[in-house]
Design a binder for this molecule. Structure first.
Ligand code: A2P
Length: 280
């Protein structure tokens, strides 16, 4: 079984989950079913992925008990602000077919909008009502985390950020550690940024007789992060789950961490620039 990481609110999350960014509704229904059959017990979606209905179909079709599956979704930028967030959350829950969500995240800080604090207060209300079990954020920078804390006194349990061997987020991980916030890694395989072909990773994969993807995931897990690889390929879904069994040495972990390229390693949008006036 997948190890769990504790939140500061008393709950916990399966450390390895299944991500469905860029997966269509019908495909999501199918691959989430495959992921659950393979042994994944944590599914990460978002309103902005336009596949919550498909995820909901897979959840409804599964014979697993509700509490054996951990489900995350996210409030999109265009639904920030108190009332829009409450409406968006209802739509998410209707599509997922759930009464309670395990984890709800503000998808981006969207600094140009200036609504993250209002959105967060709506999250706190939904949490107090018991409709969301744990509340967190995604793509938040240090300044965004500090603003939430200063203005509401409520810290997110987790921050889901871009994190892979070429972009390892050392400063943010240290800030999270100091505040008791769990780090979650999106695009753990680097979205085709070259990590899967990196010679350092290739040599470690050969030594362990596993794939480069498994080495990258094992490294991320060894750092203590929650990791949510996406794949629509059944063999890769199984391979990714099996990365839990790959044990790297301290030296191998350090070699991979040293691949960090700083800002040059970033593949996704910069949260400082994203979602303000773009309606993303
Ligand atoms: P596919 O979905 O076609 O199987 P990330 O989670 O970092 O965004 O990476 C997702 C990308 O990595 C997808 O293109 C996915 O392809 C690919 N991928 C997922 N798992 C593996 C794996 N075990 N080996 C190689 N590529 C993988």
């Amino acid at each position: 079984t997948t190890p769990r990481i504790d939140f500061h609110d008393g709950r916990s999350i399966p450390q390895l989950g299944f991500g469905v960014w860029q997966v269509g509704n019908d495909e999501a229904a199918e691959v989430v079913g495959t992921a659950l059959e393979t042994g994944f017990r944590h599914i990460d979606t978002a309103r902005g992925y336009n596949n919550e209905q498909g995820v909901g179909r897979a959840l409804a079709a599964s014979s697993l008990a509700r509490d054996d599956i951990f489900v995350t979704s996210k409030c999109p930028n265009q639904d920030q602000g108190r009332d829009a967030t409450l409406r968006s959350f209802d739509a998410t829950m209707a599509d997922l077919g759930l009464d309670e969500l395990d984890l709800y995240l503000i998808h981006w800080p969207a600094p140009g909008k200036g609504l993250a604090v209002e959105t967060w207060k709506a999250f706190v209300e939904l949490h107090e009502q018991g409709r969301i079990r744990s509340i967190g954020v995604s793509n938040f920078r240090a300044e965004d985390l500090e603003k939430l804390e200063a203005e509401t006194g409520v810290l997110p349990v987790l921050n889901q950020i871009e994190l892979h061997p070429y972009f390892t987020q050392p400063e943010l991980r240290e800030l999270h550690r100091s505040k008791g916030i769990v780090t979650e890694s999106w695009s753990p395989l680097g979205q085709g940024g070259g990590e899967l072909e990196d010679p350092v990773i290739g040599a470690i994969a050969q030594a362990h007789e596993v794939s480069p993807a498994q080495v990258i995931l094992a490294w991320n897990l060894a750092l203590g992060n929650v990791v949510i690889p996406k794949s629509v390929t059944p063999e890769r879904i199984a391979q990714n789950l099996a990365s839990l069994d790959v044990e790297l040495t301290e030296d191998e972990i350090a070699q991979i961490s040293a691949l960090h390229k700083g800002e040059d390693g970033r593949q996704g949008p910069n949260p400082s620039e994203f979602g303000g006036h773009q309606g993303a």
